[in-house]
Design a protein around this ligand. Structure first.
Ligand code: F6P
Length: 520
């Protein structure tokens, strides 16, 4: 059992959860029509309204007491100043240092990492200039396409940022290749002139099978393609034939899913330009400052993390949705899935004990208004309570006069409908009833530029760290992905007929063979 759950603050929250099960959000708004003033945080360009969460001032006080008892503020301070917060891998988690946050002097393993970050930044800037000037070329001319080979954190961060800000791309277009179905590679190469293409292989470990296989497949198709590597395993990159000048280092202290701020963000800097990459980092640094300096009751990532734990662990919500009313944030959904579930999908505490309570819920989502026409039925009338994060652009993305107001109306209407419900329906038509009392947080944001996007991403990064600290799990390791990787190696000879299949796989492997014959 974790030290969090043995805390009196934890026990008192369990009692509050019982009490709140009797309360309806509708009544809480009647009791205090100004709830939003109490349960919101205004950061200027980001406004977080959590008045539709199933909390009251006593619950909030209990959650803040839990944060204090679990030493969350101290943990966050340690994280930002290079403390070893990733115990199982004996590493710090210094992604915030990449955007300039934390103490000026930051030594890891005897190296001043500020100097190392600055040196790599200077190399990335130089690369951008030389590509723009046509000094670094494809084998047939000026580079107009960058093909990124990488998966997980080595794909999702850059892919999300570039998708969100695609209208601002001034440099080469970027295509991503993660999966090894062959189709991903085919599609990424469709319409591309290989002679004007640069490949960038991104892999922190330089050991990831998918990335290595896609690299081999690409080289087999286009042997002359120039390539760069981004990795923390310089030796492996060298062994794979990369010259040191073509390798951009990252470090052990950057987790894959937190790495877009490092040279993993090279595709972002190439496509959007260095100033935009700096603006992205600056926005995230604003969130770092806010996290460390804002009073607890006005601290957006802290409060969102507390409410995340309240919903998942105390109110028993085993999934949660994120609904961006903004297509530019559609790739935020898979990004968040990795961020939250790879970070906090854990069942042992930092001390190696079984947690004994539910940790990370399933994160899923889709863009509003599309989502309203699919799974919102379940959000309103399903048997599960599914908390929602509504991400709403306060400023229209285009000049089409009629669209944005209706988009806003839809987002607000959904949040209020989930909250209030509609119980007053004819008795013989119970299928029309909406119980309401379904929690949500509304996050409004201003003009979606690189800075605001960086701030939004850091809000969720820190929220995830807060949740992990409360659950007492290590948010920075990912041992759960290891077993699948190992088993893939063991199963390969079975598929090739070199080893007897396990009883559980025998039928599938036999049937796969038959499919092969049918096709052939
Ligand atoms: O398998 C999961 C994972 O380890 C992620 O944590 C990571 O982002 C991804 O694989 C890719 O790893 P790498 O950058 O080392 O290729």
């Amino acid at each position: 059992m974790s030290k969090s759950s043995e805390n009196p603050a934890w026990k008192s929250l369990a009692a509050h959860a019982l009490r709140m099960s009797e309360r309806h959000l509708r009544d809480l708004f009647v009791e205090n029509p100004k709830r939003s003033a109490v349960f919101s945080v205004d950061l200027g360009d980001i406004y977080v309204d959590f008045s539709r969460e199933r909390i009251d001032t006593d619950v909030l006080a209990g959650l803040l007491a839990l944060a204090e008892a679990a030493d969350v503020p101290a943990f966050l301070g340690r994280m930002l100043s290079g403390g070893m917060v990733n115990e199982s891998e004996r590493r710090s988690a210094l992604h915030a240092a990449l955007r300039g946050s934390g103490p000026k002097e930051l030594n890891v393993d005897g190296h001043n990492i500020r100097g190392e970050i600055a040196r790599v930044d200077a190399r990335v800037r130089n690369l951008i200039e030389r590509i723009a000037a046509g000094e670094i070329k494809g084998y047939g001319g000026k580079i107009d396409t960058v093909l990124v080979l990488g998966i997980g954190g080595s794909e999702y961060g850059p892919a999300f940022v570039l998708d969100a800000l695609q209208e601002s791309i001034t440099g080469p277009r970027v295509r991503f290749v993660g999966n090894i179905d062959g189709v991903t590679l085919d599609r990424a190469l469709a319409g591309v002139d290989p002679s004007r293409t640069l490949a960038v292989l991104i892999s922190k470990s330089f050991e990831t099978t998918e990335t290595k296989l896609n690299w081999a497949a690409l080289k087999a198709r286009h042997p002359k393609l120039p390539a760069l590597a981004v990795t923390a395993n310089i030796l492996a990159a060298r062994q794979a034939g990369f010259a040191d000048g073509d390798v951009f280092p990252i470090w052990d202290w950057v987790g894959g899913r937190y790495s877009l701020w490092s040279a993993v963000g090279l595709p972002i800097a190439l496509a959007l330009g260095w100033p935009a990459f700096e603006a992205l980092r600056a926005g995230a640094a604003e969130m770092d400052r806010h996290l460390l300096t804002a009073p607890v009751r006005e601290n957006a990532p802290l409060l969102m993390g507390l409410i995340g734990v309240w919903n998942a662990t105390f109110l028993g919500a085993r999934s949660r949705a994120v609904i961006p009313y903004d297509s530019r944030l559609s790739a935020f959904i898979p990004y968040l899935q990795q961020l939250e579930m790879e970070s906090n999908g854990k069942n042992v505490t930092q001390e190696g004990e079984t947690v004994g309570y539910p940790t990370a819920p399933v994160r899923f989502g889709a863009v509003g208004t599309n989502a309203q026409h699919t799974f919102f039925q379940m959000l309103h009338q399903g048997t599960d309570m599914i908390p929602v994060d509504f991400l709403v652009p306060a400023v229209a993305a285009t000049n089409d006069a009629g669209l944005h107001p209706t988009l806003l109306v839809n987002a607000l209407a959904q949040a209020d409908a989930l909250m209030a419900g509609r119980p007053d329906v004819p008795k013989d038509q119970p299928y029309r009833a909406f119980g309401g009392n379904r929690p949500s947080t509304v996050v409004l944001y201003g003009k979606l530029d690189a800075r605001v996007l960086g701030k939004l991403i850091a809000l969720y990064e820190h929220r995830t760290a807060v949740e992990g600290a409360l659950w007492d799990v290590n948010s920075f390791d990912q041992w759960g992905v290891e077993l699948g990787k190992k088993m893939a190696v063991e199963i390969e000879p079975m598929l090739k007929g070199e080893k007897k299949p396990t009883p559980s796989l025998a039928a599938l492997i036999a049937r796969l063979g038959a499919f092969g014959k049918d096709a052939g």
